[in-house]
Design a protein around this ligand. Sequence first.
Ligand code: FES
Ligand SMILES: [Fe+2]
Length: 351
Amino acid sequence: MASDEKQNAPLRNFWYLAVPGRCLKPGQILAKTVLGEPVLLGRAAGGEPFALRDLCPHRGYPLHHGDFDGSRVTCGYHGWAFAPDGRCVEVPSLTLDRGAEASRIRVRNYPCRERQGCIWVFVPSAGRREEEPPEVPLLPGAGDASPVIDCSLRYPLDADSAAYTLMDPAHIAYVHTWWWWKQARRDLREKRKEFEPAELGWRQKRHTVPRENRVYRLFGDNVTTEISYRLPGSRIEHIQGDRHSAVSLLTITPLTDRETEVHQVLYSTLPILKLIKPLLGRLLYKFLDQDRVLALKHREGLAHDPALMLLGDADAQARWFFRLKREWQQAEAEGRPFRNPLEPQALRWRS
Ligand code: FES
Ligand SMILES: [Fe+2]
């Protein structure tokens, strides 16, 4: 993995999933650190989400210690009040003849959108603060639906290490084991998968899944699946059958340089998923928690700053991720469009 501090830094000028929409009710605010920056998320009484820098411009008091009445955030120190777009709308200590001075004050706001039931925040680089951001990338096949289920966990890992776990097929048989299914390690099989470059990443080509797999039979006939990975750290799986479909998004949001939040959201037209939601929620949590516990243990080793290896085709996708990340950083530094450097390729590994 790259050791240079700048290469390790999380990418800016990207949308990051801040919170599943259901976790932020109208009139509620929520403090969060995103890429090391204090962010105040909120949802206005009318339903629109917003994101402000969580520091009062007067004396730097965190705004989340103040109040929100659904239309304005009031600082808990001297009562300055801010609209959801960051404009200062009141400075109570100013005499009435100087009230207009307040309108020139702003808290920085972050572009914030709710799409497909998730709230995303755009984290710009210093040079791009005023530019209009691109659209939030929509998940193919999820329509306007909200997730059937979502699960968010914090890992004690930097964003690069968390991204590695997303695209590492070799840890599954050793980490994601269950008391009722301990065969995994004895059952390693050779896999061969075809990959091709895709926008801001790559994808495992769409292929038909075997009929023997009972879970896939729920989707009907001619069931196909496609898995794609894209910067700054998302894995998207789309399963499509002639009766039903499902989309799963696993995405990472760097909080600090030592902590990363992993969000898993699942959309599906399968009616049974609503019925088994409590069970599914527990399984999903358990799966993500296995990686969290792994990260906690791994941290003991990483504290000694060991050299790390990326070996063979099982680690090829991690190598691609770091290559794409470097290309993004170079393109930004040179002020040119990003050029995907990957080529179509088949990978073989045992898992
Ligand atoms: S610090 Fe916020 S109003 Fe003074
Ligand atoms: Fe994992």
